[in-house]
Design a protein around this ligand. Structure first.
Ligand code: G6P
Ligand code: MG
Length: 221
């Protein structure tokens, strides 16, 4: 095992809840109601794909022009950005700092594989800007999760084969992407939702460098 590719929202910090709140407010404004169960489908999915998904739920896919959709997505993002303004290193989820230092102590390289265009800004606020060896730019990708492209690009940028990497995700679409990339996947959250992961832990506090390495070794070797 040479590298670990991290998802950001819901793994490193709990921004998943702010994405949900911002989408819920935007959806309500255009007469569409979304709940937490529906929100599971939005996790890991790009901003525009999330909007399309919400519009489809409200049978309003054809009600808006491309320009209108862009305006709606921008409105959601502006709301989201106000919500995350106050983030500090205190908002790093439990166990993540220890996981990062443990992996670094083992000589592992770290990559960020987040669909979020706000990723670099969030890392800055969390004081993690210099932690990652590579940050995949989601704007350069052709396909979002569950397509493996983001994880394959991360592995390639780091200079390793997919089978030398582990991916960590809180979203079903993200676990599918890691698996399709041919990497060992660790899911953080609900065992049912993330059942396709190589291993699922209930929360980030349950993660450790030793666990990640053990799961990789037991799966690959
Ligand atoms: C992550 C989150 C998604 C979000 C996506 C795009 O994958 O899990 O909920 O829609 O990033 O984020 P952005 O910050 O670019 O709107
Ligand atoms: Mg996530």
């Amino acid at each position: 095992m040479k590298a670990v590719l991290f998802d950001l929202d819901g793994v490193i910090t709990d921004t998943a809840v702010y994405h949900y709140k911002a989408w819920k407010a935007l959806a309500a404004k255009i007469g569409i109601e979304i709940d937490e169960a529906f929100n599971e489908q939005l996790k890991g999915i790009s901003r525009m794909d999330s909007l399309e998904s919400i519009l489809a739920k409200g049978s309003k896919l054809d009600a808006y022009s491309e320009e209108d959709k862009l305006a709606l997505a921008t409105e959601k993002n502006d709301l989201y950005k106000t919500m995350i303004q106050q983030m500090t290193p205190e908002d790093i989820l439990p166990g993540i700092n220890d996981l990062i230092s443990g992996l670094k102590a083992k000589g592992m390289r770290l990559g960020l594989a987040s669909a979020s265009q706000n990723g670099p800004m969030i890392l800055e606020k969390l004081g993690l800007k210099d932690t990652f060896d590579e940050i995949v730019d989601p704007a350069q990708l052709k396909a979002g999760k569950p397509d493996p492209e983001i994880f394959l690009t991360g592995a390639q940028d780091l200079g390793f084969k997919p089978e030398e990497c582990v991916g960590i995700e809180d979203a079903a679409a993200g676990v599918d992407a890691i698996n399709a990339a041919g990497m060992v996947s660790i899911g953080v959250g609900n065992e049912q939702t993330l059942q396709k992961a190589t291993t699922v832990v209930p929360d980030t506090a349950s993660l450790s460098a030793a666990l990640v390495e053990r799961v990789w070794r037991e799966t690959v070797e």
